[in-house]
Design a protein around this ligand. Structure first.
Ligand code: UD1
Ligand code: UDP
Length: 356
């Protein structure tokens, strides 16, 4: 059995680390598309999470998504033809996932989709396009929860569906206990809120980005903000970067490694984010944090139902109110995660061996 794993962005590296590290080099090939290319967004995670160097790396241009997808689609078949995998495994909903699954489909290789069935029902999101297409052309669909299985059933996908939990909980279980020793952090704030933003529909829109930034600054809370490169570009483009740099309650830092991120999540009062993965991670008993989700919708309704996340919408006043409310009462009782116990990667490997 040979599994070709295709990955290209920060969350794919983190969420596939537990699977790649369980599969030997003999049984798998790791193909990195280079969608994320800065050290802080890519190689840093291979190094920290002790993932072997990719067996194949694509050279793609730093251009717009359609061109990048086209380049991946053009380059992947030669690699697939060389390694002749029994399945191509992809994780999540990025442009890498879309390109790799379309390439696999046209090369006649069954697709295994990890984190299948998430839906925000928000067609503004490129991730919604990518995951719907990938789910419909996959043979094996690893849905994290019953909610995602239900989404897949209602769309009548043709592949086999398995509810497995999310590999992000495996990653936390593996890495969270070593993060205190390994993290290199210089944070002088004591009581701080962790902030991350990068969703295209948030940060590419000047009005929305301005509302979020103003609410964050006005809340008066101390924020630590590891800045995604997309967001940095947009803050500069819209003339908001200097305002942020000058505000005393925001500590802007580069995107951090996984150990640093785990420590920030553990030590913060609560989290303000539009990230998908962070909504899941906050539910791990090792993190257990409230999350103010600055979005109109979520593809992680399980975290809302379980009482971890609250969706604010995108108006300045609603975001500000939600931050103030979380600050007044940041603590959460200990709960179990709706995303599994941390044995998802093991289950997925077994299910692939049984069903391919
Ligand atoms: C992508 C995924 C998103 C995921 C996120 C994780 C898609 C459609 N989106 O969004 O689902 O949540 O990754 O972080 O695939 N850039 C750099 N350096 C890098 C990477 C990106 O400067 O290492 C800049 C480039 O200008 C690039 C822009 O960020 O054009 C956006 O990058 P891209 O990979 O297209 O999308 P993300 O916003 O990172
Ligand atoms: N993350 C990280 N460093 C950062 C920001 C995020 O290690 O500076 C981790 C985070 O803990 C999670 C993943 O990256 O595991 C989420 O990535 P992101 O928010 O970029 O993408 P999404 O999950 O929204 O697709």
């Amino acid at each position: 059995m040979k599994i070709a794993l295709v990955l290209g962005t920060r969350p794919e590296i983190i969420k596939l680390a537990p699977i790649i590290n369980k599969l030997g080099k003999k049984n798998s090939d790791v193909i990195f598309t280079g969608q994320h290319y800065d050290y802080e967004m890519s190689l840093q995670f291979f190094n920290q999470l002790k993932i072997r160097k990719p067996d194949h790396s694509l050279q793609i241009s730093r251009s717009e998504p359609a061109i990048q997808i086209g380049e991946m689609l053009t380059k992947l078949p030669a690699i697939f033809n060389q390694i002749k995998p029994d399945t191509v495994l992809v994780q999540g909903d990025t442009n890498t996932v879309l390109a790799a699954s379309m390439a696999a489909l046209k090369c006649g290789i069954p697709i295994s989709h990890v984190e299948a069935g998430l839906r925000s029902f928000d067609w503004r999101m490129p991730e919604e396009h990518n995951r719907i297409i990938t789910d419909h052309i996959s043979e094996l669909l690893f849905a994290p929860t019953l909610v995602s299985k239900k989404n897949l059933l209602s769309e009548k996908v043709h592949g086999k569906i398995f509810v497995t939990g999310n590999t992000v909980i495996d990653a936390i279980n593996i890495f969270a206990d070593m993060s205190a020793q390994k993290a290199k952090l210089e944070i002088d704030f004591t009581d701080f809120v962790l902030l991350t933003l990068h969703r295209a529909e948030n940060v590419d829109d000047k009005k929305t980005l301005t509302s979020i930034i103003n609410a964050v600054i006005e809340s008066g809370q101390n924020f630590v903000f590891p800045l995604h490169p997309r967001t940095k570009q947009k803050l500069k483009l819209y003339g908001l970067y200097e305002k942020f740099v000058k505000s005393k309650n925001i500590k802007l830092i580069k995107p951090v490694g996984y150990f640093e991120m785990l420590e920030l999540m553990k030590r913060c009062l609560f989290i303000v984010t539009d990230s998908g993965g962070i909504q899941e991670e906050s539910t791990s008993p090792k993190i257990n944090k409230k999350v103010v989700v600055v979005r109109k919708s979520t593809d992680r309704p399980e975290a809302v139902k379980a009482g971890f996340s609250r969706i604010t919408g995108l108006s300045y006043s609603k975001i500000l109110t939600a931050i103030k409310e979380a600050a007044r009462n940041p603590t959460l009782p200990r709960k179990t995660s709706p995303y599994g116990k941390g044995n998802t990667s093991e289950q997925i490997i077994k299910l692939i061996h049984k069903n391919i």
